[in-house]
Design a protein around this ligand. Structure first.
Ligand SMILES: [Cu+2]
Length: 260
């Protein structure tokens, strides 16, 4: 095992992960430039204003207006960076969700994710593509999504409570993330996905796995005594394998039946 295994993130397995890794690299390079630049400036001032050459303190300070103009210039560049680059990039990379076209073989897979001390749960709409009715009053440790068992749409819903779930490879995945107790954070290191799970809020994220395998979900927000054990697992499999698994889970009575 080389030292890079400890210093670098695990290999990327999602379509958008490369861009995230590049962003990390650019941020670190920028920090390196700033660090070297400021350090050089600091050393210069230490030398330039040394006691031997400046026995008496100057209480007036700078007399030119250069620093004022420099600050206005920096502020202008920052506004340009924010409005010209950051906001449009966010709109493109984060807010632009994969859309449904009505083709069940290519449409994004939508999953509700519920953080719960100390595990992850997943909920799919089931083969009928209709989410079962959910009621907060029904929610309990064994029914974290608050599914109403008597609702016909809930009968075929697929829930994976504290157990691995599956998704097909090369398909867009939309996760709607929430929590039933405290703030957790849904982190898929191999997919370069991290999103806080906040009680009372449902926050959507999307990614596309491009490599088959079994992946770990961790909690990236200190959430209690057993935070460090809060792990989940999901498997990225072939479409056919996913279809078989999904049909099997839906038939098993999934969500609706098990809570009645
Ligand atoms: Cu947690």
């Amino acid at each position: 095992m080389s030292i890079w295994n400890y210093l670098l993130p695990p290999p990327n397995a999602s379509a958008q992960g490369k861009a995230v890794d590049e962003l990390m690299l650019y941020i670190h390079l920028l920090m390196l430039v700033l660090f070297v630049g400021w350090l050089a400036y600091f050393l210069y001032t230490v030398f330039r204003f040394r006691k031997a050459k400046n026995p008496k303190a100057d209480h007036v300070g700078a007399r030119s207006h250069f620093s004022t103009y420099a600050e206005i210039g920096i502020a202008a560049v920052e506004v340009l960076l924010l409005l010209g680059f950051a906001v449009p990039l966010w709109a493109k990379a984060v807010d632009q969700f994969p859309v449904r076209t009505g083709n069940p073989q290519t449409d994004p897979i939508e999953i509700q994710i519920m953080g719960q001390q100390f595990a992850w749960n997943a909920h799919f709409a089931g083969p009928d593509d209709k989410w079962g009715k959910q009621d907060m009053k029904e929610a309990s440790a064994n029914n974290p999504f608050g599914l109403v068992g008597s609702d016909p749409d809930a009968k075929d819903d697929v829930t994976c409570l504290r157990e691995p779930f599956r998704v097909p490879v090369n398909r867009d995945i939309i996760c709607r993330i929430s929590s039933m107790d405290v703030i957790h954070s849904f982190k898929l290191p191999r997919m370069r996905v991290t999103q806080d799970a906040i009680p009372g809020m449902t926050i959507p994220i999307h990614f596309r796995p491009v490599e088959k395998g079994s992946y770990i979900i961790i909690c990236a927000q200190l959430c209690g005594n057993l935070h460090s054990t809060m792990k989940g697992e999901f498997m990225v499999v072939d479409q056919a394998e996913y279809d078989t698994w999904f049909a099997e889970k839906a038939k098993a009575g999934g969500a609706g039946a098990s809570f009645e």
